[in-house]
Design a protein around this ligand. Structure first.
Ligand SMILES: Cc1cc2nc3c(=O)[nH]c(=O)nc-3n(C[C@H](O)[C@H](O)[C@H](O)COP(=O)(O)O)c2cc1C
Length: 347
């Protein structure tokens, strides 16, 4: 089957055009250095993947209390910005385009990392233990005071400005996978009774305030957002969530963003309350550029792009195993299979 459509350029807007349709998905690697700074090894790792049409960085912290995994990089200190400057310089030198994924884990954080009780929309903890932390149990988070939310929004905007200073071509707001923004969007984690909970408009408010503040700082054409309308990770599904995402997507459509990106590990998974898969649901509710992700092969992605189901595909695990993923699939060369042990080192 032909994968030719993957190698066509894609114009996101008048500011950003991508060389091809293959996006390197955001992939947390937990290999940042002291001070949560990007390292030389990270610069080399990203530069090796510069033939992706777009690289989305691993999730990167907007502030210290957002941390939920060891050694994840930040974008809130001058040293971190300087470290990222080297990463973006190397990616650009190799012809690539790269955006920073802006992250706060909310209730998936732990005081182990920053000495504070994690903040979340509501004081509802996750079951189980933190990943990569040898059995450390998730705490019960503290519900954000209404008055604290404006500072959080400002911190996203500042991290976006820092990303531009660090040479990133834009940012992806991480609104997916059960982290802070997603926690506002689902009933299982948002029981607020103020302006940020209780109705679709209120539950979508935090996400939209972050989008608007970030867009005001760096321009909407440099801003994408990743969303998980179907709860699948760190989140219990609730059929009422659908109305929240219906409202959110209608609002996002008015904002001229670079793209919307679906967050899911397997995009063949169907959600009853979305009447289909994540990408099918997003396509019905959002007319701008759509990135799909989740267990795609070059062949299945090209067929879906040909059928108009989305414009760009984000490839995750295969990109860890194959730094030269794009040239391999283009030339029809075999791919190395991903295995979890590859996470131990940056190759
Ligand atoms: C090791 C690993 C780390 C990940 N880190 C992130 C992340 O930082 N941000 C994010 O939005 N998704 C993250 N994901 C999800 C991926 O972006 C992607 O959606 C998922 O792997 C499905 O795509 P794939 O089947 O091509 O791997 C991660 C996935 C893996 C396997």
């Amino acid at each position: 089957m032909s994968t030719a459509s993957l190698y066509q350029p894609w114009r996101l807007n008048s500011t950003l055009t991508l060389a091809n349709r293959v996006v390197m998905a955001p992939l947390t690697r937990s290999q940042a250095g002291p001070g949560l700074m990007p390292t030389e090894a990270m610069a080399a790792y990203y530069a090796r993947r510069a033939d992706a049409g777009l690289i989305i960085s691993e999730a990167t912290l907007i502030r210290a209390d957002g941390q939920g995994y060891p050694d994840t990089p930040g974008l809130y200190t001058a040293e971190q910005v300087a470290g990222w400057q080297e990463v973006t310089r190397r990616v650009h030198q190799a012809g690539g385009t790269i955006v920073a994924q802006l992250w706060h884990t909310g209730r998936a954080s732990h005081e182990y990392f920053h000495g504070q009780t994690p903040v979340a929309p509501s004081a509802i903890g996750l079951e189980g233990t933190l990943p990569r932390m040898r059995g450390l149990a998730y705490p019960v988070p503290r519900a954000l005071e209404t008055a604290e939310i404006a500072q959080l929004v400002a911190d996203y905007a500042q991290a976006a400005a820092n990303a531009r200073e660090a040479g990133f071509d834009g940012v992806e707001i991480h609104g997916a996978n059960g982290y802070l923004i997603d926690q506002f969007l689902h009933h299982a984690s948002n029981r607020r009774e103020d302006a940020y909970g209780g109705s679709p408009e209120n539950m979508a408010r935090f996400a939209l305030e972050v989008v608007d503040a970030v867009a005001a700082r760096i321009g909407a054409e440099r801003v994408g957002i990743r969303l998980s309308p179907g709860a699948y990770f760190n989140m219990e599904p609730d059929t009422r969530d659908r109305a929240v995402f219906d409202h959110l997507l209608a609002e996002l459509e008015l904002r001229g963003l670079a793209y919307v990106h679906g967050g899911i590990f397997d995009d063949s998974l169907r959600f009853d309350y979305l009447d289909g898969t994540i990408s099918e649901y997003l396509r019905r509710h959002y007319r701008g550029t759509l990135i799909a992700s989740g267990s795609y092969t070059a062949e299945s992605a090209a067929a879906a792009i040909d059928a108009g189901r989305f414009e760009l595909v984000a490839i995750g695990r295969p990109f860890i195993a194959n730094p030269d993923y794009v040239s391999r699939v283009r030339e029809g060369l075999p791919l190395v299979d991903y295995v979890d042990s590859m996470l131990a080192s940056l190759v």
